[in-house]
Design a protein around this ligand. Structure first.
Ligand code: TXA
Ligand code: MG
Length: 334
């Protein structure tokens, strides 16, 4: 039986406070929330998602005042980032307080934190008045949810309520930056592009697990994001990504995921065009939804082109690469 979808913030907040699981809109993707200080409720997240417990969760706050509840110390470099990008699609890694259960952080001594900018998420966090641990509200390894209906499809029978805030405006998960080392380090590309980040704080290091074979994450490395799997965000249909597509690439039963209209004929093929002008923000906002729609049609393959490797295109290419990887998640815990 599917849970209710609605916009009753006080009900959602009450459910969270009483240890239940609530799907909720954020500007990046929908989250699957539980009271971060309630270890039993957090265990429910891992169960509902079928997520391995080596993969830590992001803790969501309503205000900066709440940060000392979860972060033991706040490095100087954090202030400018917080001032510039919170609320918004940026997650920061801090040393954790003892109040944060080990299950939330997969046993790490650090915690991932963000303040989302979606007004409904902010209201929920304010009314619930507890930090909310929330991964993306999809089953482990699957395509991320950007509408309430996406959440209901995969988790509706396992959670208590879905707070519907419409389609996500950013459409990609938050960018994750670690502040544990001497230099701010990007651990996951996401909805805040790195060029913009660098305009604010200067050069940042990049340690993206799985993006380069010499750069392997392990649970013992605090500078890398565990749980970043080579195969992730994956549709059921095989996904093939090329530098540029042309008519001879198309076989019967192929579907296309395009960043802009193409000059060759795509007649007889299901086709999703993310933007009429190739605008990367628009592409990001529609990316996961389009991938889901094509997947649901059951084509033989989904063909896509790499995005320009700049701005949000880098995060989109990261998602494409992981969605196209064929090796099983288990054997590739990088
Ligand atoms: O936009 C987002 O970030 C969404 C919304 C719901 O806020 N959440 C999200 O959560 O994408 P999730 O669970 O799909 O990704 C969380 C990732 C983990 O897989 C891990 O890579 C990283 O955050 N992470 C969490 N805690 C960490 C820590 N202490 N150190 C390093 N990486 C961490
Ligand atoms: Mg996720």
């Amino acid at each position: 039986m599917n849970c209710q979808i609605g916009n009753d913030v006080s009900r959602a907040a009450q459910l969270l406070r009483s240890g239940k699981l609530v799907g909720f809109a954020t500007e990046t993707v929908y989250g699957l929330g539980a009271n971060a200080f309630d270890e039993r409720a957090v265990a429910g997240i891992f169960e509902a998602k079928e997520r391995p417990t080596f993969d830590p969760l992001i803790v969501h706050l309503a205000t900066i005042d709440q940060l000392p509840l979860v972060a033991r110390s706040i490095p100087e470099a954090a202030s400018l980032l917080i001032e510039s990008y919170w609320p918004g699609p940026l997650t920061l890694i801090f040393p954790k307080t003892t109040a944060v259960p080990d299950l939330v952080t997969a046993g790490l001594d650090s915690v991932a934190v963000r303040i989302p900018s979606h007004p409904l998420a902010l209201e929920l966090l304010k009314v619930a008045d507890v930090p909310i641990a929330a991964p993306s509200a999809n089953r482990f390894g699957c395509v991320s949810p950007t509408t309430a209906e996406h959440v209901a499809e995969q988790l509706g029978d396992r959670i208590d309520y879905i707070l519907d805030g419409g389609p996500c405006s950013v459409g990609l998960e938050s960018t994750i930056v670690s502040l544990l080392g001497a230099q701010p380090t990007v651990l996951r590309l996401g909805g805040l592009d790195v060029e913009e980040l660098e305009q604010t704080i200067g050069h940042v290091e990049m340690k993206i697990a799985g993006s380069d074979p010499g750069n392997r994450a392990s649970e013992s490395s605090p500078q890398l994001a565990p749980g970043m799997l080579l195969r992730h965000y994956a549709p059921r249909t095989p996904l093939v990504v090329k530098d540029s597509l042309s008519a001879p690439d198309l076989a019967d039963g192929d579907a296309l995921l395009l960043s802009r209209p193409v000059s060759f004929s795509v007649e007889n093929h299901h086709c999703e065009i993310l933007s009429m002008t190739g605008d990367l923000k628009e592409c990001a906002a529609g990316f996961f939804s389009a991938l889901r729609r094509l997947d649901a049609l059951g084509p033989k393959r989904i063909l896509a082109e790499w995005f320009p490797n700049e701005g949000l295109g880098r995060a989109l290419n990261d998602r494409l690469r992981r969605a196209a990887a064929t090796t099983s998640a288990d054997s590739l815990h990088l």
